[in-house]
Design a protein around this ligand. Structure first.
Ligand SMILES: [Zn+2]
Length: 372
């Protein structure tokens, strides 16, 4: 922990360029835990940044004594960054004692999360803030986002940090204490269940405002052509690694005597909230069209989730983006593209021709509904 009180009740925070000399000075003075009142010692070694620790194995639940060096360092940096322009409290408990964000600044609760926590706990902590009219500002501090060619790969834990901004689309902010800067991934669009197109920017902490404002530069680079190519690769992989007879999507396609590679271009399109479903859009959109005019698309999707054919992705920070929203967006898009005459191609050659014609006519429409 980085905050403590002295015998007179004055609070001390170990952050900023003077933290080390302050820590050495404070070593001789008794300090106490603001939560449990237990006595603390100052630790100022070479490995970790200066911090306080309970002297004895305490039952204090306020602070984990296992804060990693990375978490402590990031917390100290973020505190210093915020306090240059705003008031902030380090490790302050909310007035009702229910939560203790890393840093509290007005109604903004900053959480620098390095270790993986469950989606349920992430959502619970988020909801506790929002029901109090506060804004949780989660900053990812774990290991770097994996890159694959021009794409990125987000783990299920990293996906929890996704937020949505009308111009920036889905975005993701991480902070690295070693590089003293933020990496902002913007306009994140899944191209397959695991790969995403994204625009990446590194911003030095000193060049970032608090709270950060979304800065949108230039035109997006999303291409429907690349999306269609990735769809084919996804099918290749899915058919190679999984038993197609047991995969509910391929099973359903074959049961209708159809070829998954030759399905109409309108099946498997990116939509704004598609992130809320972990499967490829081809899967859930195929199910929707199977039930077309029999039931609302949202019902089809929900039913397939309950059957285990589709998996939901919780997005605690992207309000209202659910599997149902994705289904509704797809329905609206289909009406726009014309939902009549959805025909399969007759050969791979014909498929590529049809895809090209579709892109010439509809690329702009699909992309305009997708995000920007
Ligand atoms: Zn304590």
């Amino acid at each position: 922990m980085l905050s403590a009180v002295d015998a007179h009740g004055r609070s001390v925070v170990l952050a900023g360029p003077e933290a080390k000399s302050l820590a050495i000075h404070l070593k001789e003075i008794p300090h106490f835990c603001p939560q449990c009142g237990g006595s603390l010692i100052v630790k100022a070694g070479d490995v970790n940044i200066p911090h306080f620790a309970h002297t004895s194995q305490s039952s204090c639940d306020s602070f984990s004594e296992h804060e990693s060096p990375r978490h402590l360092a990031g917390k100290a940096d973020l505190f210093q960054w915020i306090t240059t322009t705003a008031d902030a409290k380090m490790e302050a408990r909310l007035p009702d004692g229910s939560q203790r964000p890393d840093i509290l600044s007005g109604k903004i609760a900053v959480e620098f999360q390095c270790s993986t926590i469950s989606a349920a706990l992430f959502k619970e902590r988020t909801d506790k803030y929002t029901t109090r009219g506060m804004t949780p500002f989660w900053i990812y501090g774990g290991k770097p986002v994996e890159r694959k060619g021009s794409y990125i790969k987000l783990t299920p834990f990293q996906r929890l940090f996704l937020r949505y901004h009308p111009q920036l689309g889905f975005y993701f902010i991480s902070y690295c204490p070693d590089r003293k800067g933020f990496t902002v991934y913007g306009r994140i669009i899944p191209v397959t269940p695991s790969l995403c197109a994204a625009e990446r920017r590194f911003i030095k902490m000193k060049d970032m405002s608090f709270p950060p404002s979304a800065e949108v530069k230039g035109k997006h680079a999303f291409s429907l052509k690349a999306f269609f190519d990735e769809k084919r690769k996804w099918m290749d992989r899915a058919l190679y690694f999984q038993n197609a007879r047991r995969h509910p999507f391929f099973k359903a396609v074959y049961a209708e005597g159809r070829n998954p590679y030759l399905l109409p271009e309108q099946i498997g399109l990116p939509v704004r909230s598609g992130r809320a479903i972990r499967n490829h859009p081809a899967e859930w959109q195929f199910y929707i069209l199977m039930d077309w005019k029999k039931r609302p698309a949202e019902e089809t999707v929900r039913q397939r989730i309950e059957l285990g054919h589709l998996k939901e992705q919780l997005l605690p920070l992207a309000d209202g983006m659910t599997a149902e929203t994705a289904a509704k967006e797809y329905t609206a898009l289909l009406y726009l593209l014309g939902e009549e005459n959805l025909t399969d191609s007759t050969s791979m050659g014909a498929k590529l021709q049809n895809e090209k014609a579709f892109m010439n006519t509809f690329s702009a429409t699909v992309i305009s509904k997708l995000i920007f």
